[in-house]
Design a protein around this ligand. Sequence first.
Ligand code: ADP
Ligand code: MG
Length: 461
Amino acid sequence: MSGWDEKEGVDLLWARVRGRLRTEVGAAAFKSWLKPLTLREVRGGTVRLTVATRFMRDWVAAHYGDRLRELWRDEDNSVRAIEISVDPALVNAATRPDDELEPSRSSRSRVSTPSDSFDHNISAPLDPRLTFENFVVGKPNEMAHAASQRVADAQTVPFNPLFLYGGVGLGKTHLMHAIAHRIRQNKPGKRVIYLSAEKFMYRFIRAMRYKDTMAFKEQFRSVDLLMIDDIQFFSGKDSTQEEFFHTFNALIDENRQVVISADKPPFDLERMEERLRSRLGWGVVADIHPTTYELRLSILESKADQLEAAVPSKVLEFLAHKIASNVRELEGALNRIVAHSDLVGREISLENTQELLHDLLRASDRHVTIEEIQKRVAEHYAIRLSDMHSARRARAVARPRQVAMYLSKQLTTRSLPEIGRKFGGRDHTTVMHAVKRIEQLRATDAGFAEDIDLLRRMLES
Ligand code: ADP
Ligand code: MG
């Protein structure tokens, strides 16, 4: 075979090895793991391959190393070992979709840049309204807002991760979308993924079903900014947590930005593994506090402006006063009265607002407070209200106190530390213990369960 030098011969062997591997492992796994391998040389019985990242190297060595060696030996029995090393210069090649085994595709995609080929589709769609420009800053959210802006505008990762937490409807998702918008606008080459924890889990489980978890992992590990929303939904789902933990560590190790949101601070994520909880708190943990009247009013003014609706300030003040629970409800109420006035062609007034929203307003009046719960429970068990805060440990007071903690967790949106504080400055672990204990008792003692349900119904009505 004249005209074949040694290099061409080796390349041909390599092509055959890859072809066989591809048949064995399937196109998806091949594309994710084996195609990115580059052959450097074959010398002294050692085949030297390179890949772009340490993670890829470890994974390929662990899962395909032996098979690679066997297949090479079939082609060339002087081969003794396979050596895989990291060549960061390959990082672009690793994410480029062109494939020399598919000539028609490669000619098409050769012009693509790494960011072109990045699958933005794994990110959830962004709501165009949720921008920094539309976010009203006030005392309760200024820290979370500042930290988010920092992440969006920084040239290098300022802190990692950014952990945003706060109750429902206080702007966590808004801030995350705002970060993504800002980065996509100012740094279009950056790979940004925003996903709810539920979506993340769904994708992970689907990848497991199709035995494609490695492609899944690599996809997440190649991003510049990963945002996972509402991570409290991970609680208890072990394999997803585990997977997330690895992805999370890999990203942080490679200095990629991670932003997480939850309804509680990291240490309070009850069913989350300890090492994950602690790692989540390593960067900046920014708390979005419940809104103040001032903030609610500013938000209403800004939204009314956006809707180009003439809403009397009396009405805005009324809403800001009455709907204190969260911004989403506040927005919903404003939308409702504006839509109604458009529809019936009547100006917005305090009277028709009250009429229109009476169901909503009644519901928000019904919110139970921890103080009410303590009072009701103390009455029910005929103990002193002060025993809710006292250090007494006698069963006769300790059990009702646990019941009150349990109901506070069930019926209010307060976090465990907040509840602990209201019970004489107890630790959040005490509250957690109380919740578990009452759950146990409920499960084993029908009479007790009935008692608790009765209390609960009284408090809710
Ligand atoms: P969370 O994710 O914390 O539950 P969201 O980010 O979904 O809350 O916010 C709920 C709604 O309230 C969204 O429509 C959002 O735009 C709005 N919102 C929350 N905080 C603000 C704010 N500070 N300024 C303007 N809109 C806000
Ligand atoms: Mg949200």
